[in-house]
Design a protein around this ligand. Structure first.
Ligand SMILES: O=C[C@H](O)[C@H](O)COP(=O)(O)O
Ligand SMILES: C=C(OP(=O)(O)O)C(=O)O
Length: 354
């Protein structure tokens, strides 16, 4: 008997449809392509200081029910239209969750929320939702975690994040180097910003690495490098990094590293001590910095849903509609108030610069 030395821990391997097959079944039209391309252009201009508005990436920590996400998107699309002269609002449409240890990994991985892990169902659900959100004229942001999955939906994403747990990963830096959208690198979970600055320099360079084609074939991708990458400050184990002193230190470190110092600040995660209700106080501090003339802050992120807080999944019990099952979120009315305060701060900065 030959000794088996491989696949000792593989339970099953199931085929997935190719990215091109899914894109044909769920195709984007011209209006959707415009929403994606126009927002990417606007975000690049904001990050480069050529557009004086503020990028606002706002939405649920994770998507677990498409209907609630679409209700949320309809409300947010109305705010995007109303505040468009001051804010470039992009919805967080996050399908992949990086876990500290184990836990639900998001709608693509486990779309039925029951551990069945039917990725073959999750991918069309994700793509369909992105089409619907973009169809409302609302661009979408997401975290890229798996290196294969972008082929299935990256054409519908205006802004991408590489998370705090993966910013230092060469695989994710290579991935960012080939993405068509601007990409924000979070600082590390320990609060270290240098890994994000290193990531920006790495992602701006050309890389060759194994990938899959749109037809699903293993291939070697060679990228041109992505010039539209920036830091996202999200705090760390030692505390927050959203205040003026922290921002000034990051601007100085960016300049020293030869990196464009356009910064996005995440009001959630370690910047709010994981208490979603502290986000308005964090954002009020950021709005104050903007009002008093800070120009390095080009964007903010907040975690928000229809209903404030979070809930655990309890087998046999229905979930509360529109409430997060991962990190806690700000509720809709509080979110709306924060958006208007940020718009007011940007108007002040615009007037001062005129
Ligand atoms: O944003 C989401 C969470 O902070 C991230 O996925 C880590 O979650 P966990 O620490 O609960 O696993
Ligand atoms: C996981 C996230 O953030 P971070 O990588 O900063 O923990 C997130 O934004 O969903």
């Amino acid at each position: 008997m030959p000794i088996q030395t491989d696949n000792l821990h593989i339970h099953t391997l199931r085929p997935l449809p190719s990215p091109v097959a899914l894109a044909r079944e769920l195709a984007r039209d011209d209006a959707i392509s415009h929403t994606v391309a126009d927002s990417r252009r606007a975000i690049r201009a904001i990050l480069g200081g050529r557009d004086d508005r503020l990028l606002v990436i706002v939405g649920p920590c994770s998507i677990h029910e498409s209907s609630a996400a679409l209700d949320y998107a309809a409300r947010l699309a109305a705010e995007r239209r109303a505040l468009g002269d001051r804010l470039e609002i992009v919805m967080r449409v996050y399908f992949e969750k990086p876990r500290t240890t184990v836990g639900w990994k998001g709608l693509i991985n486990d779309p039925h929320l029951d551990g069945s892990d039917r990725i073959e169902d999750g991918l069309p659900m994700a793509r369909r939702l992105l089409l619907e959100v973009n169809r409302m004229g609302l661009p979408a942001a997401t975290e890229f975690l798996d290196p294969i999955l972008p082929q299935y939906f990256a054409d519908l994403i205006a802004w991408g994040a590489i998370g705090a747990r993966t910013t230092e990963s060469q695989i994710h830096r290579q991935l960012a180097s080939g993405l068509s959208c601007p990409v924000g690198f979070k600082n590390g979970t320990d609060g270290g910003v240098q890994v994000a600055l290193d990531a920006i320099r790495s992602a701006a360079a050309s890389h060759s690495f194994p990938a899959v084609t749109a037809q699903g074939q293993a291939a070697i991708a060679t990228t041109t490098g992505n010039p539209a990458c920036h830091v996202v400050l999200r705090g760390g184990h030692h505390g927050p990094n959203y205040d003026a002193a922290a921002v000034a230190a990051v601007v100085a470190a960016a300049r020293k590293a030869g990196v464009e110092p356009g910064i996005v600040i995440d009001a959630s995660h370690a910047n709010s001590g994981k208490d979603p209700l502290r986000q308005p106080a964090v954002l009020a501090d950021i709005a104050h910095q903007i009002r008093t003339g800070d120009s390095a802050i080009r964007g903010v992120m907040l975690e928000s849903h229809l209903i404030a807080g979070r809930q655990d999944q309890v087998p046999g019990q229905p979930l509360t509609y529109g409430q997060s099952i991962t990190d806690g979120c700000l509720g809709w009315e509080e979110t709306r108030a924060v958006l208007h305060d940020l718009a007011d701060a940007v108007a002040r900065r615009q007037r001062a610069a005129a």
